[in-house]
Design a protein around this ligand. Structure first.
Ligand code: TF8
Length: 335
């Protein structure tokens, strides 16, 4: 390096260091838990978040990413955040319904027709409003990520029509909307945490489950499930949350670093998830899964049957919130 360049480089380094000093950032260790394996869309996005936080804080804030539910199921981690024993996590909004009932709005079957509608509503004022409800309960929501449109797998028989679900023992998330939805479809719905799902499928304690293609692939459900039916029955968001107890002790600069990194991770995660989802079905077929596409008539029957649960969702989240979400969706559809 020439002297002139060296001086210039030093100058830049000094300015950067000065900026970091002017900010109020303390050494912090952030335990960030999640349920899927490291080699998953969830794991990749947590790693990106960790890198962004370390970069923006000049290495002062360190994120320890802990996957595969090693810190517990979604529900156990939520409690750890509320109590202040863990700083951050990402998990399904569906598992938060016991804490914040408004989250159930996102479990409405066939609520969104596509990912663009989901992004617009979740990132818009109603999505923020629902997220902010967490604050009274000791959690701070930062951003929604995409879990994705859910599809059905089972080990009993191909599901090509509603009646084929009769008596199928199906694991659902620990959430009443999912329980009621699959009961309405005729399945024998069993709530279980995700962390117990692979074993439950393997030992045939349950016949089937429903999750996006990405998860069916990353969690290797194809090893223990033969049949996949493309239902896209609901769009599942993930949500990145922080312990409010811990968040309230952070400086404004530190909070901003986390929020900015969370937004970057959201944009990365959605893109990554969509790319993976686009090729995952072919991969699942290649791994030996037998895929059934439902006829349009069967999708309609399923949709009609599932609309039975709408009234109870509206009652539990409040009719006003229900109406607001419907209005937002109409706005997005109108372009
Ligand atoms: C489920 C969810 C899970 C997520 C994950 C553990 O079926 O879709 O994949 O909550 O964060 O439980």
């Amino acid at each position: 390096m020439k002297l002139k360049q060296l001086v210039a480089a030093l100058g830049i380094a000094l300015v950067a260091a000065g900026a970091a000093c002017a900010q109020d950032i303390k050494p912090r260790l952030i335990r960030f838990g999640y349920g899927l394996v490291e080699d998953s869309n969830q794991g990749r996005a947590v790693r990106l978040f960790a890198q962004e936080v370390e970069k923006a804080s000049g290495g002062k804030m360190k994120v320890r990413a802990i996957g595969a539910a090693a810190l517990g199921s979604d529900i156990q981690m939520q409690q750890a955040l509320i109590g202040g024993a863990q700083e951050m996590m990402v998990g399904s909004t569906a598992t938060l319904v016991g804490i914040t009932k408004e989250m159930a709005i996102w479990d409405t079957p066939f609520l969104f027709n596509n990912a663009e509608e989901a992004d617009a509503v979740l990132d818009g004022p109603v999505g923020q409003k629902v997220m902010d409800k967490l604050q009274d309960k000791g959690l701070v929501g930062l951003v929604y990520w995409e879990n994705g449109f859910r599809n059905l797998t089972n080990n009993k028989q191909p599901i090509a029509k509603l009646e084929d679900l009769n008596g199928v023992k199906l694991r659902v998330m620990q959430n009443n909307v999912f329980l009621d939805s699959f009961k309405a479809l005729g399945a024998n719905a069993v709530p279980l945490p995700f962390s117990e799902l692979f074993t439950a499928l393997e030992t045939r304690a349950v016949d089937g489950q429903e999750n996006p293609y990405n998860t069916i692939l990353s969690s290797k459900f194809y090893e223990v499930q033969k049949y996949l039916t493309v239902t896209n029955h609901v769009y599942s968001p993930w949500i990145v949350t922080v312990s409010k107890k811990w968040w309230d002790g952070l400086s404004k600069d530190e909070q901003k670093i986390l929020l900015d990194a969370a937004k970057k991770s959201r944009d990365f995660e959605r893109k990554d998830t969509r790319e993976e989802a686009a090729r995952a079905l072919a991969e699942l077929k290649a791994k030996g899964m037998q895929v059934t596409e439902l006829s349009a008539a069967e999708v309609d029957r399923m949709r009609t049957r599932l609309s039975q649960v709408n009234a109870s969702i509206a009652a539990s989240v409040g009719q006003d919130l229900w109406n607001e979400v419907q209005a937002e969706i109409r706005k997005v559809r109108a372009g």
